[in-house]
Design a protein around this ligand. Structure first.
Ligand code: ADP
Ligand code: MG
Length: 238
């Protein structure tokens, strides 16, 4: 596990400032949720942390070390997206284990790791199925499994449940909370869903037009929103 620090991070695209001087420390093992309106920069922040894009200024540090020159693949970060494209022609076992196939591990060792993750996510009875033979929730479990099998230091989730119906969302929310409790992997999670934010987060970060509007525990934000804007996302009705 690892801490994640953003130190004065800014990002512009074609001279439009999308992220503006963001400072944030996510502690080792913490679960932090980003909320904010569409286009405020949530996905961009995750991509900066993952190293999928580079900062315009400032730095990202993992476990206290600046990772400016560290490529995405070496940051120990796993990313789960909203649209989790599984390999359609591969079964569940291979979808989860694919990243390990080029790792030099022996087939039995890969199988054991995949099995461990599949059990954790309760898809171990589905190993032979193709993605099209799975429900939406099962597919999302496999997508999480594929990220988890690499034993990440940090987990990034970008609206992972927004394509699921209400019941599945509730079920997966509980699973994600359980996984975090069991494994304690540092997690940054983007959502539109207030219930997800309130129930999953150790702390919530409210973003507005590329800046942090407020950071606090769900309790703090609910009871003491600093602005009408924050209240609109998280605050108690008043
Ligand atoms: P959110 O995830 O909060 O909805 P994003 O981080 O996706 O917002 O986008 C923030 C802003 O940055 C938006 O205005 C978006 O159009 C812009 N943006 C994101 N990625 C790019 C890119 N690769 N090129 C140009 N503009 C981008
Ligand atoms: Mg987004």
């Amino acid at each position: 596990m690892a801490s994640v620090e953003l130190r004065g991070v800014s990002k512009s695209f074609h001279s439009v400032d999308v992220i503006r001087n963001v400072d944030l420390t996510v502690a080792d093992g913490e679960f932090v949720v980003f909320v904010g309106p569409s286009g405020c920069g949530k996905s961009t922040l995750l991509r900066l942390i993952a190293g999928l894009i580079s900062v315009s200024s400032g730095e990202v540090a993992i476990d206290g070390e600046a990772v400016t020159d560290v490529p995405a693949s070496a940051r120990g970060i796993a990313f789960v997206f909203q649209s989790y494209a599984l390999y359609p022609h591969m079964n569940v076992e291979r979808n989860i284990g694919f990243a390990l196939e080029t790792s030099g591990l022996k087939r039995d060792a890969i199988r054991a790791k995949v099995m461990e993750v599949a059990k954790l996510l309760k898809v171990d009875h589905l190993m032979g199925r193709r993605p099209r033979e799975l429900s939406g929730g099962q597919r999302q479990r496999v997508a999480i499994g594929r990220a988890l099998v690499r034993k990440p230091e940090v987990f990034l989730f970008d609206e992972p449940l927004s394509n699921l119906d209400t019941d599945l969302r509730a079920e997966m929310r509980v699973e994600i909370a359980r996984l975090h409790k069991d494994l304690g992997v540092t997690t940054i999670y983007v959502t539109h869903d207030q219930v997800e934010a309130m129930t999953l987060a150790d702390r919530i970060v409210v973003l507005n037009a590329g800046v942090i509007e407020q950071v606090g525990t769900p309790h703090e934000l609910y009871h003491s929103p600093r602005s009408r804007f924050v209240a609109g996302f998280i605050g108690s009705p008043r």
